[in-house]
Design a protein around this ligand. Sequence first.
Ligand code: KG4
Length: 340
Amino acid sequence: MADIILGIESSCDDTSAAVIRDGWLLSNVIASQDVHKAYGGVVPELASRAHELNIVPVVSEAVARAGIKTSDLTAIAFTRGPGLLGSLLVGTSFAKALGLALDIPIVMVNHLQGHLLADFIRVPGGEVREPEFPYLCLLVSGGNSQIVRVDSPLEYTILGQTIDDAVGEAFDKCSKMMGLGYPGGPVIDRLAAQGDPKRFKFAKPHIPGLDYSFSGVKTSLLYFVRDEIAKDPDFMEKNKEDICASFQKTLIDILMDKLVKAARQTGIRDITIGGGVSANSGLRQRILQEGEKRGWRTFLPEFKFTTDNAAMIAIAGYYHYLAGDRTPLDVAPVSRVSDF
Ligand code: KG4
């Protein structure tokens, strides 16, 4: 009999539900929350309320699009954390209630593991191309910047991570600071495509090992913009494309330096990327270029699987389910990965 897994993701500001059958994606529905745009960042209380409104219609639509009935489900995978506690509570409580009602197991998933396994989401009619274990994943999002060695679907080791801000935070905070809007990543990405990446230089960190730091480059941009605007109030408007291109190049250089080092140290040549920032067109291009130069096999998941989505939670939950993992109904969500 087929294993049909419903995935539920509600860790931040996207409510998502997906259905997979034996590893093949049947549906993936995402409701994003526009309510946060006016505040220039995610407002946790508003996010939980929006999840409450969205969760029933999103799950119903995922089940309908998959062409199944809820009674066909084998198990429910849900994001337990890390993320915003109020947001996680909605998905976790919904998974528990539905699991209880249908008398099927629930399986908790670490959100980050979902990102690591995004390349294993098989789309009917699409190409099946998956990395071989062990592979390296550059996991870059609004909350994380990590290099992870993935040894099997359920075993992974963090080789390096940020000691301060995540790279997505650097994109978002700097965009806000320059008055370019939220979320900053896509805006900077778009403007950067029209600018000169070599025009301006920003400070790069000197952190030992494979760890990252993004707070210094953020401060470097802040002082640069402040000083230039003091000389010419229209400086931002006149130069925003070049500033974005140069700033984005600096962030990509920082990410790639350590990724290249990790690949050299481990001898691993299968490289994947995950997390919201992996949608960045400059980063994607650089990974492909470096890959070609260094003989890597590179794997870039489709855009819709790079940002928060339930398909990745469903596939990670599927592997947990196959391994016999079942989660008790008294499970509580966790905001930090260290509490997992
Ligand atoms: O993984 P994700 O959807 O959510 C969490 O971090 O929970 O990542 C969101 C982050 C934001 O910081 C956003 O600015 C960034 O991903 N992002 C991008 C791009 N699209 C989204 N950053 C750079 N370039 C993009 N095209």
